[in-house]
Design a protein around this ligand. Structure first.
Ligand code: ADP
Ligand code: MG
Length: 177
């Protein structure tokens, strides 16, 4: 008899690469992001592949006087469908104490799905690619750090190209939707 030892977790079927965005502007922001990232990797259906550096940013939109955000991007591999993944992410948001009071208000943890492989999803509760990702520097910078060569399935441009384009465009030409 011998024991089969595998350091890899057993994962069912096909794994899809997904780019996530993380933000926190309340409580112990650094700890919240670290713990959420760790918790994601602990699930059977998700491999936590790479987390970007943490970026401290000024809040964009929403009520005035909010504290600064810590933002990050993460690459995961998952067997979950986009809808199933959203449910898991919302559970992790809830576990880490996020209270939804006002839209764009302060929050302990926000996790958004930016890209799911080359999938385009248009459901009432889920839009992928995330519609705001190309207009937000706090999303583009961390995403560029770890996924600069990922291609946006609608524009067919890379994140690196979008970041360049964003940086070259005067701020006032963007509307805040
Ligand atoms: P925001 O992320 O815009 O600050 P919320 O986190 O409160 O706001 O999200 C509001 C809703 O956005 C969620 O209930 C979710 O169903 C929906 N949603 C649509 N597309 C996405 C996506 N790509 N990633 C995460 N949530 C999304
Ligand atoms: Mg969100």
């Amino acid at each position: 008899m011998f024991k089969r030892v595998s350091r890899l977790k057993r994962k069912r079927s096909m794994m899809f690469p997904v780019l996530l965005s993380f933000g926190s502007n309340l409580g112990e922001r650094h700890k919240t992001l670290d713990s959420a990232w760790y918790a994601l990797g602990q699930t059977d259906t998700i491999q936590a592949v790479r987390l970007s550096s943490l970026y401290e940013t000024e809040p964009v939109g929403g009520p005035t006087g909010q504290p600064k955000y810590l933002n990050a991007a993460g690459i995961i591999h998952t067997t979950l469908s986009p809808e199933e993944l959203l449910v898991v992410l919302q559970k992790i948001e809830a576990d880490f104490g996020r209270v939804r009071t006002e839209r764009w208000g302060a929050r302990t943890l926000d996790i958004d799905i930016l890209l799911y492989a080359d999938r385009i999803v248009e459901l009432p509760m889920l839009t992928i690619p995330h519609p705001e990702m190309l207009h937000r520097q706090f999303v583009l910078e961390p995403a560029h750090e770890i996924a600069g060569d990922w291609v946006h399935p609608l524009s067919r441009k890379t994140i690196a190209e979008h970041r360049q384009q964003f940086l070259a465009t005067p701020l006032d030409s963007y509307s805040t939707k």
